[in-house]
Write a protein that binds this ligand. Structure first.
Ligand code: BYE
Ligand code: ZN
Length: 498
């Protein structure tokens, strides 16, 4: 029999484990479980120096002191933890008990009321996460938790399979010659448009409709086939992730299109500026990996290295956009003069880089300072306005009908939670607003609307008062809705005693 020595770090301490080759898998796991002071329902993960997860088994490779592994308790598998349905049962029993106590004593004792309100509040808390089962908090089978909890792949660009994409391409080309109905063409020009009703091939046709109806094909001598190739490539370069996917790119473009039609920028900005705005909107999140700049920088990803921590994502989205345009069959700019190409490229770069929310105040303040003297013939003024219009389109989900907006919020939180889970696994700092233990939909949205959306939208409305009913009013309604929800959950946390 041989003895194996494993050096590993757990809870900040370096430890050494020794076991014989005749040990069972269970014994080895128990050994590490004890070292990590983990309970039977915790999931353990062992990482080697490269950050690769190692299977905890008797065959675990022995290592030296300098090449110690890292042992982490990543999560509880929630077995043995009460679910809302168990609580229903507990509540029922408590009710029975209450009736009996009432009969015996003639009133509900204080301790009983307290107990009841605890069960109530715990139940609501549980229910509020249970309906978020898509986040992956609840297992739906007893499959291998270790597999289920394997670290999320940092990027899944190929998730929408080649085949699936070709199907979308065929359908898009098939239906692209059909007329979009008058009703849909009008809806496309407003924030009440519901993106959830459309499949990807249809969205591509709607994008084609937007480019066509703004006369871009004529103005920039774009052949329809090249536009279609371009749109399809854009679709292919969005990843299959919860929020920053093709649907988001579509929605931002559609909102920009709406803003162009609802305001008179159509007559005040040139065709080229409108083209820059719509195309930037479409490309502004290309190949988004699902984790934000803070993560890229903290995890020292390839993107952060490539762009020296300066807006790595936005630089990347923009670079991918021009990578698509570099393919002749997709180059919707191939027939414009080199001077015009330079102008469009410069404009798109500025617009896309301005979507980095870390620069939100910088850009909003720049707009504030010129808003009262805004001059449509001033090149700099126009550039700031274009940045603002893209920023507004980018974060304007709450200006959409409630049912449309709420689904988007769920997608966003899912992506945020995925990021914070990865951060926890890698021992990186976790942003509190991404922590599933700390955020709730109402509290995040009331602050976001109060401190981000309303100040931004109000500034734009000073320049375009007609936008008030289209974007400011729905956002105010959303704020009321979330405030009521927030108030209700606050009451729940601090039950008022009789
Ligand atoms: C932003 C930055 C990056 C990605 F958690 C998305 F409260 C966003 F902070 N967007 N886009 C729309 C949003 C929204 N962030 C929030 N609400 C939105 O409606 C707030 C977040 C849920 C949180 Cl700003
Ligand atoms: Zn975006």
């Amino acid at each position: 029999m041989t003895t194996k020595i494993i050096h590993f770090q757990v809870n900040g301490k370096l430890e050494k484990a020794e076991f014989g080759s005749d040990c069972s898998a269970e014994e080895v796991t128990d050994l590490f479980r004890a070292a990590a002071e983990a309970g039977p329902h915790h999931v353990l993960k062992m990482y080697n120096r490269e950050g690769t997860v190692m299977k905890i088994s008797p065959r675990l490779e022995a290592n030296g002191r300098e090449s110690y592994y890292r042992l982490e308790v990543v999560a509880s598998d929630l077995q043995g933890v009460a679910k809302a349905s168990d609580l229903d049962d507990m509540e029922h029993r408590l009710q029975q008990l209450e009736i009996r106590v009432l009969q015996d004593v003639g009133g509900t004792p204080d301790t009983m009321s307290e107990l009841k309100s605890h069960v109530d509040s715990f139940k609501r808390k549980l229910e509020s996460v249970e309906h978020l089962s898509w986040i992956g908090l609840f297992k739906d089978d007893n499959g291998d938790q270790r597999l289920a909890m394997s670290p999320p792949k940092p990027r899944t660009p190929q998730l929408s399979s080649q085949e699936e994409r070709q199907k979308v391409r065929r359908k898009f080309l098939n239906i692209s010659s059909l007329q979009v109905t008058e009703e849909v063409r009008e809806l496309l020009k407003t924030p009440i448009f519901d993106n959830w009703q459309w499949e990807e091939a249809e969205m591509l046709v709607l994008l084609q409709q937007m480019f066509t109806s703004l006369d871009f094909l004529t103005a920039f001598h774009i052949e329809l086939e090249v536009l279609q190739n371009f749109l399809f490539e854009v679709y292919c370069h969005y990843n299959n992730i919860p929020f920053h996917n093709f649907q988001h790119g579509f929605c931002v473009t559609q909102m920009m299109y709406g803003l162009i039609w609802l305001t008179d920028v159509r007559n005040k900005l040139g065709r080229t500026d409108l083209f820059i705005m719509l195309t930037s909107a479409l490309c502004h999140d290309l190949d988004h990996p699902g984790c934000n700049n803070v993560y890229q920088i903290n995890a020292q990803t390839d993107l952060a290295l490539r762009y020296n921590d300066i807006s790595p994502l936005e630089n990347h989205h923009c670079a991918v956009a021009f990578g698509i345009l570099a393919k002749p069959e997709c180059n919707i700019l191939k027939n414009v003069s080199s001077e015009q190409y330079r102008h469009i490229r410069g404009g798109m770069i500025k617009c896309i880089l301005a979507t980095d929310m870390a620069r939100h105040n910088e850009i909003l303040n720049r707009f504030r300072s010129i808003q009262s003297v805004f001059d449509f013939s001033n090149k700099e003024h126009k550039e700031v306005l274009m940045n603002i219009l893209l920023k507004v389109s980018d974060i304007s989900n709450e200006a959409r009908p409630m049912a449309v907006a709420e689904q988007w919020l769920d997608c966003l939180l899912q992506e945020f939670f995925n990021q914070s889970d990865t951060e926890k696994q890698k021992g990186l700092p976790v942003s509190p607003f991404m922590d599933r233990d700390k955020v709730s939909k109402p509290s995040s949205q009331t602050s976001f609307i109060r401190f981000v959306l309303l100040p931004l939208f109000s500034e734009l409305i000073k320049l375009f008062p007609c936008l008030e009913q289209h974007i400011l009013e729905p956002v105010r309604t959303a704020l009321e809705y979330y405030s009521v929800m927030e108030e209700a959950s606050r009451d729940e946390e601090a039950p008022t005693k009789p």
